[in-house]
Design a protein around this ligand. Structure first.
Ligand SMILES: C[C@H]1O[C@H](OP(=O)(O)OP(=O)(O)OC[C@H]2O[C@@H](n3cnc4c(=O)[nH]c(N)nc43)[C@H](O)[C@@H]2O)[C@@H](O)[C@@H](O)C1=O
Length: 316
């Protein structure tokens, strides 16, 4: 039985990945920031490691001696990274360095540790080329992107020196488990409240930004497959939509076509250097990992709205 250590196991994608790994026969361990966090299905053993103190995750790896570390933990908000860039640099860049150095040390001592790192579309910044591929220049324009770029480069250099490590370059990925701070869940939750007559409107920022939104469980599956094929993988759908398109699709799912007056805009939700479009080319990943997404944009929006409507009905 192979043993996995998943950082970020209580987050959206980490929880799906833990379930998938358990279903594929892995013994799953999770790293959590504080004691008392709840394990998702299939993760019997949790270990406390605050990624803001990168030595703590090294200690946990030494104790667990996993066959693979899936590194999904760390801070995740591009907007918030402008207010605390140092925390982003350390919890993302520092933790990745610590994991790779530990994997190398254990490997040198005869215990191979594979690493799959959650890199991000944000490493490409305001990319000059559409869509982005694994060869698109790394040119982040946000503190979050810069921190992810550090982790991304470290994975490449440790791989070149013998650590079996992969970057999953994750474009935006969504599900009913997405926290409300992200635009998709904010929209589907807001639309459900409006449909239930419990909120008058939704307030958003930049409606013109285009993102390549995929289904989080599909992306967890790509990370699982990457563990046995060290490399850099674009995990995306190849299709981008604007925030406005997402709003329209979410309202359409509850039968509201005339939504313009239900959506307000506030500069509070605008960000510096918001990339106008991020869109990934998944072709190389599909070929190398025999991976294919199973849910398209409309299916994803409909599933998220349905889950938010059901949660409201349960609470009513
Ligand atoms: C790849 C990347 O994906 C995610 O980061 P994100 O793209 O920043 O995600 P988001 O849902 O916060 O923003 C998407 C777009 O939507 C725009 N937008 C408009 N109005 C609001 C609004 O009201 N709230 C938010 N949050 N965004 C808004 C916002 O300006 C941006 O253009 C993380 O998983 C991250 O960890 C990661 O790696």
């Amino acid at each position: 039985m192979r043993r996995a250590l998943v950082t970020g196991i209580t987050g959206q994608t980490g929880s799906y990945l833990a379930e998938l790994l358990a279903a594929h026969g892995w013994e799953v361990h999770g790293a959590v920031r504080t004691a008392g966090e709840t394990a998702p299905t299939g993760a019997p053993t949790l270990h406390v490691a605050d990624l803001a103190r990168p030595d703590e995750i090294a200690t946990v790896i030494d104790r667990v001696r996993p066959d693979a570390v899936f590194h999904l933990g760390g801070l995740t908000s591009v907007a918030e990274s402008w207010t605390d860039p140092a925390a982003y640099a350390v919890t993302i860049g520092g933790s990745t360095a610590s994991i790779l150095a530990t994997a190398r040390r254990l490997g040198d001592a005869g215990h191979e540790v594979r690493v799959v790192n959650a890199s991000s579309a944000e490493v490409f910044g305001r990319a000059a080329e559409q869509p982005q591929t694994a060869s698109t220049p790394i040119a982040p324009v946000t503190p979050y992107g810069a921190a992810k770029a550090l982790g991304h480069r470290l994975v490449k250099m440790y791989r070149e020196t013998g650590v079996p490590a992969a970057n999953g370059i994750l474009f935006n990925h969504e599900s009913p488990r997405r926290p409300l701070a992200f635009v998709t869940r904010k929209i589907t939750h807001g639309v459900a409240l409006i449909a239930a007559g419990r909120a008058p409107s939704i307030t958003l920022g930049n409606l013109d930004a285009r993102r390549d939104w995929g289904w989080a469980p599909d992306y967890a599956e790509a990370l699982r497959l990457a563990v046995d094929a060290p490399g850099d993988y674009i995990i995306a759908t190849g299709v981008s939509h604007s925030v406005r398109d997402f709003v329209a699709a979410a309202f359409a799912a509850v039968g509201i076509d005339d939504w313009q007056q239900l959506v307000l805009q506030d500069p509070r939700f605008m960000r510096p250097n918001d990339a106008p479009e991020q869109r990934g080319d998944p072709a190389a990943t599909e070929a190398a990992l025999s991976w294919r997404r199973t849910v398209d944009f409309e299916g994803m929006v409909a599933a998220m709205v349905a889950a938010d409507l059901a949660a409201l009905a349960d609470r009513a």
